[in-house]
Design a binder for this molecule. Structure first.
Ligand code: ARG
Length: 410
């Protein structure tokens, strides 16, 4: 290692080994610059004499949290027609604030699945350049969708000719948008495979895109080395997307037995946002969510929670995805307690927000666990989250890329 490398050591009463699903006591982590060089116990790891040592005591160290479904450019207090008033520069600036709030909540990596005007690419680049603080971002650019579908904007009448930037109909048209999104910086592809709750005039149960279109889209993305995330609430949309080879299905509300079987067979990940329903039903009306959307939510939220439980029981690969942006950024961690209430062990919920997303994103060599050779993305919480998962709503220590960006512990 270079002579000028900076060595930092964290010690804590506990650490979570997400790869083996184990709690480690008397933990020691050694970081050199932005990399973890050793992780283990006080007995197994020697603390270098020149290191800066941070002794956390009654804390639990965990890998940096990863949220696979956020919209950093979306403001939870502005929904429906209120959203039409904000310009692209305005929502990009709001994203700056949201990126910081997300990082401070312990989420060191996010997958941003849908943003206008490649504002997500700009945010990612500003974070990577060190201009602003935020999580590592995997970004989709504008989500693909059919004309009039959930990923189109259907609020204004015909004479305004409003068409969202990701709208494309037909196999070759979707290939072209995938290529364009990659050209302008997307590192993941997102499309809408069914109607949605918050879009005007769409039905959650109804499929959008044919199998042929989904297959073309997935083929194009995979050929270019990108993974695909699909918004799907409806049963046929979920199943058709899985058959077309998508990497993750988002929401997955009206799942059936066959959908579970298909996900197990194809190794598809589910990203089920089971907290957001509480925010939509309590704060949504004030925030401008349309009455038709509130009506859809009253049906979808409950079914989604039941099906979350079934999917967990069946052993489907689950990742933490919150849809923050619909609800306030920084509150991402509130979903953990719901994931445990609806069938996960605390360890499973933590794995869903660490090692599983790393694998979904094909970043398991560098992210997702505290292990020598991986990037130093680490969070610390006071107490033991395996005893009380809601402790993850208050992350006291955040280390991203070897930098201590938040520390209330000292
Ligand atoms: N963005 C999603 C949609 O509009 C939000 C769904 C939220 N509801 C839920 N129960 N997960 O469809």
């Amino acid at each position: 290692s270079a002579a000028c490398a900076k060595t930092t050591v964290l010690t804590a009463d506990r650490m979570i080994d997400v790869e083996n699903g184990k709690l480690i006591t008397n933990a020691v982590v050694v970081m050199e610059d932005n990399t973890i060089v050793a992780a283990g116990t006080k007995r197994s790891v020697t603390i270098p004499s020149d290191a800066d040592v941070m002794e956390l005591g009654d804390y639990t160290l965990m890998p940096g949290l990863m949220d696979m479904h956020v919209h950093l450019t979306s403001d939870a207090t502005k929904h429906g027609y209120k959203r039409l008033a904000d310009s692209l520069p305005r929502v990009t600036l709001t994203g700056v604030k949201h990126a910081e709030a997300t990082l401070m909540a312990g989420f060191t990596t996010v997958r941003n699945v849908g943003a206008p005007g490649f504002a997500d690419v700009a945010l990612r680049d500003a974070i990577n350049d060190g201009d602003i603080q935020g999580p590592r971002m995997f970004v989709s650019g504008p989500s693909l969708g059919v004309t009039g579908g959930h990923c189109d904007n259907n609020l204004l009448p015909y004479e305004f000719h409003t068409v969202s930037e990701g709208v494309a109909d037909g196999p070759w048209a979707v290939r072209e948008i995938v290529r364009r999104n990659i050209k302008y910086g997307a590192t993941v592809i997102k499309f809408c495979g069914t109607g949605g709750v918050l879009s005007k005039g769409t039905k959650v149960g109804v499929q959008q895109y044919t199998f042929e279109e989904m297959q073309a889209l997935v083929d194009e993305a995979h050929m270019r080395g990108l993974t695909v995330a699909t918004h799907a609430h409806g049963t046929s949309g979920i199943k058709t997307a899985i058959k077309a080879g998508v990497d993750s299905v988002e929401h997955v509300s009206l799942l059936d037995e066959e959908g579970i079987e298909l996900a197990l067979e194809h190794g598809t990940y589910f990203s089920m946002d089971i907290y957001v329903t509480e925010y939509i039903l309590s704060e949504g009306e004030k925030a401008g969510i349309l009455e038709e959307s509130l009506a859809k939510e009253r049906i979808v939220g409950k079914r989604q929670r039941e099906n979350f439980q079934k999917a967990v029981k069946a052993g489907v690969k689950m990742v933490f995805g919150s849809d923050a942006g619909v609800y306030p950024h920084g509150d991402n961690g509130k979903q953990f307690a719901r994931m445990v209430r609806f069938g996960m062990t605390p360890m499973q919920a933590i794995q869903a927000a660490t090692i599983h997303p790393a694998t979904l994103l094909k970043q398991q060599e560098t992210l997702g666990s505290i292990r020598a050779g991986k990037k130093a993305d680490i969070v610390g919480v006071k107490g033991n989250p395996l005893d009380d998962i809601s402790l993850l709503e208050n992350v006291g220590l955040v280390v991203k890329d070897g930098h201590i960006v938040k520390s209330v512990a000292m």
